[in-house]
Write a protein that binds this ligand. Structure first.
Ligand code: SF4
Length: 878
């Protein structure tokens, strides 16, 4: 282990593609202290709220630590023998393409390497795809089309050196907070540096921008084609560069000229302000993320952006270039090893006979498939129609996150043989497993990850392996060996796997491709353990300082491609029946399907309930009132969500977060509404432009519950979140229970506990508090309408002497903090508002000095600025 100061262990945050270094120290009680690593080049000591709360998520309360077969505990040998035998049987009877692996950007590169080798090298199918397909497959396809390889040309320092940073489809302040903080710090140091945000939504990121282009959903191609046309009109294209290093400019310009930028819905003034900024600043970085990728035109959007950089020669030099940023911690590692169904390994191509032969020779196997495998949506279609009969899902929750999630859940349930490797049984997908294999979790795993700017960092095991959990690479290697490929999967350590991966990458280097880390081969275990963050390429054949600095690309002729693209609207068109476009996305303090972040009370306090943002005009037209529950529906499914009326979204559009699952809000699984429409080149689903109908969910009653122990409500709508003192839940039902006291006793599992009851039958209100020795165990508040309670105050009461809890109010000596804004110091919106009013605060720094909010990780600074602006303009803050 590599130790930092005071024996901290250096590792990497497992949440997002920024790839922040962390210093970890076990507390001796199963927990960890976590600090940002000041020596890691990605974050230089910074962490966001999620990274800072990592220590709260490593407990074992939700872990499954023994294999299971059919729901009963089993020995490893029995489980692994069964997995190997069933996959071999299906392969023998129906062919290799009747099997599939669905893996994850959470895997370490070494895990990913073994999964890919097992499926593509030995089972003999390319049916391995990853949940990164849902995150950045369009960037991969766009890079390959423009550059000839999946190369991210930029590095993080470019974002600080740029004179203009353009963020497209990226809520960076919430989804990649440390990178946003780096940009914010650079802007503070150089106030002339400009930030433009292109996003249909107003967000914490756009609020801090010099210019926010709130374009129509899915119209990015029209905007960047408009920019390309303007570049040509102003004579700003670099003709010498275009002539020497690219192909396709004329055709791309003709396509751009034929497009109508008015499709963006932006004013000419805003568009020309953007065009002038972009054209006027040579040092421009255009960073893009899921808002670009998750689209039926995602690849075209990526190329529309890259086209502008190639046409102006703004690539391959410091402070400029197109920059794709990934959502997951190791989406890039997955791309490197071939975790996508349409790639081989080390950026080699399945469809290239020379590449196939080289890899087959290296792996000593005759069975590398010739065809691309099934991409994620197609894979689950094949599960649904019975073509895939054995499916292994590794650290992913496709029953929640895939488009048309209800259909995918039914398909997995009906698949003849499903294996799930994960850390917990408490996921919608793990509950469907025939065989569950308990894997080690982040703090117990050792290997490498690659972040968005190609930096490979070590993740180091810092906690002992609990129960009989095993590392993913080991689980898959043991299955490979049981299938008969003893030598090919005979590793003792992740260091040996990394070495094999590095040696294989030499083939890619020799083939003239970008991914070559052959200079990192030959490390022994000690050197691997000491490995410092290292950006690839690392070639034996000589260093490359910066991709494309010499104007050479990876197409056979060495030229980059300026690709003709034309605006295509999203696949689903709003109609009278389904008038709203639904945009989905992530929240600041949650990660994926909350399997880890929801374990942290601090993170859960930020936005504890699923919601939908709707423009006030639309809400008024539908007769919706604040805090109503709204039912969204379309042909795929339904979801019930709490209404938030605000003009962050444009009329006719909605935004809802993607995190809630059957485990914590079963009526609010938003991907149940996302149609399985994909980009034709990348196979990435269109997750941000489904069409839905919206109406009030007519609840007969609404409720709020708090308790020390976990509870599982039985009603039409509920959303459960962890608190510092236990759990909280929002509840609603369309049928009123006959006896709320009995219902409450069942809910909390307290059949005989002493209770205080307060009810008003005429008003339909009912409140009950359960106490033991004057300490509050649980309480339930019921009313006909959404209840006004001091929720954030009440959640702190379980376990305390609170025999006055039925009042639902704070006491004068215990003011209600309001919804949490700063997770580090649990500072609520009311606390901040009171400080602003009482002390006349007008800067984020002043709020920090008065309340501590924003003075640790800084993730909430954008929200603090937003609150200040809304106070200044007398807008409602909530
Ligand atoms: Fe982790 Fe936050 Fe850094 Fe992302 S920005 S790697 S979530 S600490």
């Amino acid at each position: 282990m590599v130790a930092g100061e005071a024996n901290d262990i250096r590792s990497t945050c497992p949440y997002c593609g920024v790839g922040c270094g962390v210093l970890l120290k076990p507390d001796g009680d199963g927990g960890l202290s976590v600090r940002g690593d000041p020596d890691h080049p990605n974050n230089r000591g910074r962490l966001c709220s999620k990274g800072a709360a990592l220590g709260e998520t490593v407990g074992l309360s939700e872990r499954q630590l023994t294999p299971q077969i059919g729901g009963r505990n089993a020995e490893w040998d029995e489980a692994l023998d069964l997995v190997a035998a069933r996959f071999m049987d299906v392969r023998a009877e129906h062919g290799p393409d009747a099997t599939a692996f669905y893996v994850s950007g959470q895997l370490l590169t070494e895990d990913y390497y073994v999964a890919n080798k097992l499926m593509k090298g030995f089972i003999g199918s390319a049916n391995i795809d990853t949940n990164s397909r849902l995150c950045m497959a369009s960037s991969v396809a766009g890079h390959k089309r423009a550059f000839g390889t999946d190369t991210v040309p930029g590095i993080y320092e470019d974002l600080e050196q740029a004179d203009l940073v353009v963020l497209v489809g990226s809520n960076l302040a919430w989804c990649h907070p440390v990178l946003y903080q780096r940009i914010a710090a650079a802007r503070e140091a150089r106030p002339e540096m400009k930030l433009v945000v292109i996003d249909p939504r107003r967000t914490a990121t756009s609020d801090g921008a010099d210019l926010h282009l709130q374009l129509a959903i899915g119209s990015d191609v029209a905007l960047f084609n408009g920019l390309l046309a303007e570049i040509a009109r102003q004579g700003a294209a670099d003709e010498a560069y275009v002539a020497a290093h690219t192909r396709g400019f004329e055709a791309a310009l003709a396509a751009a000229m034929a497009d109508d930028p008015a499709m963006t819905g932006l004013s000419e003034k805003d568009m020309s302000a953007f065009f002038d900024l972009w054209i006027g600043n040579e040092k421009t970085v255009t960073l893009f993320s899921q808002g670009v990728n998750q689209s039926s035109a995602g690849t075209d959007k990526v190329n529309a952006i890259i086209n502008c950089h190639l046409a102006t020669g703004r690539i391959g030099r410091p402070g400029m270039g197109p920059f794709s940023i990934t959502g997951q911690p190791n989406a890039m590692g997955g791309r490197e090893v071939g975790g996508l169904a349409n790639t081989l390994a080390c950026h080699l191509e399945l469809t290239d006979p020379a590449h196939r032969k080289a890899v087959a020779d290296f792996w000593k196997t005759p069975t590398v498939p010739q065809e691309e495998g099934l991409k994620a949506v197609d894979m689950f279609d094949a599960v649904a129609d019975g073509r895939i009969k054995a499916l292994w899902i590794v650290h992913s929750n496709p029953a929640v996150t895939m488009p048309d999630a209800d259909r995918v859940r039914r398909a997995i349930a009906a698949c003849p043989f499903v294996v799930v490797s994960d850390i917990s049984l408490r996921t919608d997908t793990a509950r469907l497993a025939d065989v569950f294999l308990p894997a080690t979790a982040w703090a117990e795993k050792s290997g490498t990850v690659t972040n968005s700017d190609r930096t490979i960092s070590r993740q180091r095991a810092v906690l002992p392996v609990p129960g009989s959990a095993r590392p993913d690479w080991k689980i898959m290697a043991e299955v490979g060996q049981r299938m008969g490929w003893q030598d090919a999967f005979d590793w003792e350590t992740p260091a040996e796997i990394f070495d094999e991966h590095a040696r294989l990458s030499a083939i890619a280097g020799e083939a003239g491709l970008d991914f070559d880390i052959s200079a990192m081969a030959g490390m022994d275990a000690a050197a691997y353990d000491r490995m410092l963050p290292t950006r690839w390429p690392q070639r034996r054949a000589g260093a490359i300082d910066r991709f494309f600095a010499d104007g050479k690309f990876f197409h056979a002729d060495g030229r980059g491609r300026i690709v003709p693209v034309s605006y295509r609207p999203p696949a689903a068109v709003p109609s009278r029946e389904r008038p709203f476009q639904l945009n989905t996305g992530r929240l600041r303090d949650q990660w994926h399907t909350m399997t880890r972040t929801a374990l942290s009370p601090r993170l859960s306090a930020h936005l504890p309930e699923p919601f939908v943002d709707m423009h006030p005009d639309d809400a008024t037209q539908l007769g919706l009132k604040p805090a109503d529950l709204v039912r969204l529906s379309n042909d795929c499914g339904t979801a019930i969500l709490r209404l938030r009326k605000n003009d962050d979204v444009q009329p006719g559009t909605l935004f809802a977060p993607m995190h809630w699952t059957g485990e914590n809000a079963p009526a609010s699984r938003i991907d149940a509404l996302v149609a399985s429409v994909t980009d034709p080149m990348s196979g990435q689903p269109e997750s941000k432009a489904s069409v839905v109908r919206a109406e009030r969910f007519d609840a007969r009653w609404h409720g709020f519950a708090i308790a020390q122990d976990r509870f599982t409500p039985q009603c039409d709508y509920w959303a459960l979140a962890r608190t510092g003192q236990g759990y909280r839940a929002e509840l609603a039902g369309s049928a009123r229970p006959d006896d709320f006291e009995r219902w409450a006793r069942n809910l909390f599992g307290l059949p005989n506990a002493a209770a205080q009851v307060m009810q008003d039958a005429a008003r339909g209100s009912f409140r009950i508090a359960f106490l033991k020795d004057d300490l509050l165990l649980a309480a339930l508040y019921i009313a006909r309408k959404p209840i006004a309670l001091m929720r954030d105050f009440l959640t702190g009461l379980p376990g305390s002497e609170a025999n006055w809890a039925l009042a639902g109010q704070s006491r004068a000596d215990m003011p209600d903090p309001g919804p949490i804004v700063c997770s580090c110091f649990s500072t609520g919106r009311n606390t901040i508002g009171r400080a602003i009013e009482a002390e006349g605060l007008c800067t984020v720094e002043a709020i920090g000095a008065a309340t501590s909010a924003g003075t640790n990780c800084g993730s909430c600074k954008a929200e603090l600025a937003q609150i200040l602006r809304r106070f200044a303009s007398a807008e409602p803050v909530d």
